[in-house]
Design a protein around this ligand. Structure first.
Ligand code: ATR
Length: 270
C-alpha cells in the first residue's frame, strides 16, 4: 500500500498542496497518496490521531491549525520553535512526532533560485503576523545588512522584535523612508486586492518586491503596484509555496523534487 500524506486545516478544499505533492511524486516516480483533511473546530488532536491510526506518515498544516500542530509534536525543529508554528508533521516509526516549519526556508530558497541573495541587503518586512514571524530566523541566517519590521498594529512588531533574539528593527509606516533593497509583503492585503500602507517612495526605490501571496490568474495587488513603480524584480509567493513543499517532501521521503520544473508546471497550469 502506498504511503499516506495529507494537508489539514479549515477551510481546506482550496489547498494546492495535493496537486503539488502529486506532481512531485509523479516526477520522482514515487508511490504515495496525498489528500486534504478538514479539521472541524476544536478537533485538531482527534483528526490527527485518527489519521495516524490509519497509517498516515505525514501532514502539512495550514490555517488555523499551525499553533496546535506545535503542541502536538514531541520534537520541534529550530525553525518551528522560532516561528512558533508548525507547517509539517512527520510521524516516525517509533511513534514520535516531529514538527518543522519550512515556510521561511522556502522563501530563502526561492530568492537564491532567482539569484537574489539576501546577504548584505537591507530588508523591510511589512506585517507582523505568523507569515512574518516565520521569516525572521531564516532571513537573519543569510546575513543581511539589516532587517526592519513594520506593522499596522505596532505592538505586534515590537513583541516579535523583543522575543526573536536577533537585532530586528521596528518602525511605523509613517516613519518609513526609502533605502531598502528588498521589501517583503507579509500582510494579508493581497487576499483582498488591497495594499499595505507602505509609501510609494519606499517601494519605488527597492530592488526586489516580494509578495508572500500568489495568484495564478493575474498579478497580486502588491506585485502589480511594485511593477507599476518600476521595481526591477517583482515576485509573488508561488515559488516560495513550491519550495516549502519541496522541503517538506524531502523531510518525509528523503528525496528532493525539482523546484524549477514544478514552478514552470504550476505557472502554466494555473
Ligand atoms: P498571517 O499568519 O498570514 O501572517 P495574520 O496573523 O492574520 O496572518 O497577519 C496578517 C498581517 O497582515 C498582520 O500583520 C496585519 O496587520 P495587523 O497586525 O495590524 O492586523 C496585516 N494586515 C492585514 N490587513 C492590513 C492592511 N489593510 N494594512 C496593513 N496591514 C494589514
Amino acid at each position: 500500500m502506498s504511503d499516506k500524506y495529507a494537508v489539514c486545516g479549515n477551510p481546506i478544499a482550496h489547498s494546492r498542496s495535493p496537486q503539488i505533492h502529486s506532481f512531485f511524486a509523479k516526477t520522482l516516480k514515487d508511490d504515495l497518496t496525498y489528500t486534504t483533511l478538514l479539521v472541524p473546530p476544536g478537533k485538531f488532536k482527534e483528526t490527527v490521531d485518527d489519521f495516524v491510526s490509519k497509517g498516515g506518515k505525514g501532514l502539512n498544516i495550514t490555517v488555523p491549525c499551525k499553533l496546535e500542530a506545535c503542541a502536538y509534536a514531541d520534537e520541534l525543529s529550530p525553525y518551528a520553535k522560532a516561528a512558533g508554528a508548525v507547517n509539517v508533521l512527520k510521524f516516525n516509526q517509533d511513534g514520535s512526532v516531529f514538527g518543522d516549519n519550512t515556510d521561511g526556508r522556502g522563501f530563502i530558497y526561492d530568492l537564491k533560485r532567482l539569484n537574489l541573495p539576501i546577504r548584505g541587503q537591507k530588508v523591510l518586512l511589512l506585517g507582523a503576523g505568523g507569515a512574518a514571524q516565520g521569516l525572521i530566523k531564516p532571513v537573519f541566517e543569510e546575513q543581511p545588512l539589516e532587517v526592519t519590521i513594520v506593522n499596522r498594529t505596532p505592538q505586534k512588531a515590537e513583541k516579535i522584535a523583543a522575543e526573536c533574539g536577533y537585532p530586528l528593527q521596528v518602525t511605523g509606516y509613517e516613519q518609513l523612508t526609502a533605502g531598502y533593497d528588498l521589501v517583503v509583503n507579509c500582510t494579508s492585503t493581497s487576499l483582498r486586492h488591497e495594499l499595505p500602507p507602505v509609501p510609494q517612495e519606499v517601494l519605488r526605490h527597492c530592488k526586489v518586491a516580494y509578495d508572500l501571496m500568489y495568484a495564478t490568474d493575474e498579478e497580486t495587488s502588491f506585485v502589480a503596484e511594485a511593477r507599476s513603480l518600476g521595481v526591477p524584480h517583482c515576485i509573488d509567493g508561488l515559488g516560495m509555496l513550491i519550495a516549502q513543499a519541496a522541503l517538506t517532501y524531502a523531510l518525509w521521503r528523503g528525496k528532493t523534487p525539482d523546484v524549477n520544473l514544478s514552478i514552470e508546471h504550476f505557472r502554466s497550469h494555473a
